[in-house]
Design a protein around this ligand. Structure first.
Ligand code: C2E
Ligand code: CA
Ligand code: CA
Length: 403
């Protein structure tokens, strides 16, 4: 997991020289660089570039050697992107967009060849303040991506567990495992933010393996301590990339084995979007997961593609109703209708229905009247650390402040 690396370039240092190989492109995070041709007294400054600009991209795309030397005008921090990663992305471009970029590359190559014949390219030095669209969003994404690669090695992740409650008895029957990231530079980063970045960087594997390992260890400890019954479960969120990898199922099987845990105590949660991406691969891996004995739930049900066909074919054991319906059913008759429909659907399909995001007594009463048995939400409990969870189950309260 290292598609993007942060590098520092002190004032005066050379990033690369004219005629060097085109191995990386760079995005300037801070500082300023100067692009020049020639050497010493015959040096011709071509351009200056500052934060938000890209350097080295053109030679990566044209496959030609560096046309300029790049030197730091001030202390710089840059994101370094391997040429292979750029060409990979380029090859996956929409065909029309690719044709446009091809035209631009050919144009630039011809221009460079003409310039080489007729002498150096002369241009007035200009500071390009930003040549990237949405440069702020991209910078924050890159920052999260570079911090992510360090984070796992330095213990910055932890898991919280939100109780799942059996409404009629009020009993906590299991938990949903939710990841937390506290980074020294960025502070607490929300999981929906960093998971998206990790997914687009192709870096989910380490995070998911961490979640599975932590959740299995926690459930095994709770079982061993006698705090919970041996049917007490943890649901772990996984992404489309996880379920597309056969090694994911291998890791799950090894972890269950190492913890000597009943596989029925681990359920995987996948969104509709994740399921739909490559239904055939997801289907075969999910069947292996089911064959192990683990549960499989559809998360945030009703917010994705809502293609009901896969409900028939995929090996599901539970449907989680998104809180935009379950948390809204009390005051909204359309949401109430949808919840009623889903509860009946669950009954007909023989799968559990879990209502998410119940925040008030009114939500709980409404969902109970609609026949919903299992639920989670702030009305019952916020996500808790393992020690607080154990204390809550054993003594009915927690030992520390809820996070
Ligand atoms: P999710 O899977 O739908 O998880 C439920 C989210 O709703 C959690 O947010 C939880 O803290 C929050 N929540 C629970 N009860 C209530 C409530 O009554 N009201 C409201 N407003 N919110 C409630 P969280 O922990 O911030 O996680 C956000 C999302 O990030 C998750 O949504 C899930 O998609 C993703 N995520 C979290 N942990 C992991 C993980 O370990 N792996 C993966 N792949 N995704 C994760
Ligand atoms: Ca979930
Ligand atoms: Ca959810």
């Amino acid at each position: 997991m290292k598609p993007i690396t942060e590098v520092t370039l002190p004032k005066g240092a050379i990033l690369y020289r004219e005629s060097d190989a085109n191995d990386y492109a760079y995005i300037i995070k801070s500082g300023e660089v100067v692009l020049f041709q020639g050497h010493a007294r015959r040096r011709i400054e071509v351009e200056r570039r500052g934060a938000g600009s890209v350097v080295g991209d053109l030679s990566v795309l044209t496959g030609q050697a560096r046309a300029v030397t790049v030197q730091a005008k001030s202390d710089c921090v840059l994101y370094r992107i391997a040429a292979g990663q750029i060409t990979d992305k380029f090859n996956r471009l929409d065909p029309i967009l690719r044709a446009c970029v091809d035209t631009a590359i050919t144009f630039s190559r011809t221009h460079a060849q003409r310039a080489a014949k007729g002498g150096r390219v002369r241009a007035a030095p200009i500071l390009a303040p930003s040549v990237l669209h949405n440069s702020e969003d991209l910078m924050s994404r890159f920052q999260i991506e570079t911090e992510l690669s360090r984070a796992l090695r330095t213990d910055q992740f932890s898991m919280k567990y939100q109780p799942v409650v059996e409404i009629p008895s009020g009993r906590i029957i299991g938990v949903e495992a939710l990841m937390r990231w506290d980074n020294p530079t960025l502070g607490v980063v929300r999981p929906d933010v960093f998971i998206k970045v990790a997914e687009s960087a192709g870096a989910m594997q380490d995070l998911t393996e961490f979640a599975i390992t932590e959740a299995c260890d926690a459930i095994a400890r709770l079982h061993a301590s006698g705090t919970v019954s041996n049917t007490f479960f943890a649901s772990v969120n996984i992404s489309a990339q996880d379920i597309a990898r056969a090694e994911f199922v291998d890791h799950l099987a090894q972890t269950l084995d190492r913890c000597d845990l009943d596989p029925a105590c681990i359920k995987l949660e996948l969104t509709e979007t994740a399921l739909i991406q490559d239904v055939d691969v997801a289907d075969s891996n999910l069947r292996r997961v089911r064959a192990l004995g683990c549960g499989v739930s559809i998360d945030d049900f009703g917010t994705g593609y809502s293609n009901l066909a896969y409900l028939k074919s995929l090996p599901l054991t539970a449907i989680k109703i998104d809180r935009c319906f379950s948390g809204d059913a009390y005051g909204n008759s359309v949401s109430r209708g949808i919840v009623r429909l889903l509860v009946n659907l669950g009954r007909d399909l023989g799968v559990d229905i879990i209502a998410e995001g119940l925040e008030t007594e009114g939500d709980v009463d409404t969902l109970t009247a609609l026949g919903c048995i299992m639920a989670q939400g702030y009305h019952f409990h916020h996500p808790l650390g393992e020690a607080d969870l154990a204390h809550l189950i054993a003594h009915g309260d927690t030992v520390s402040q809820i996070a």
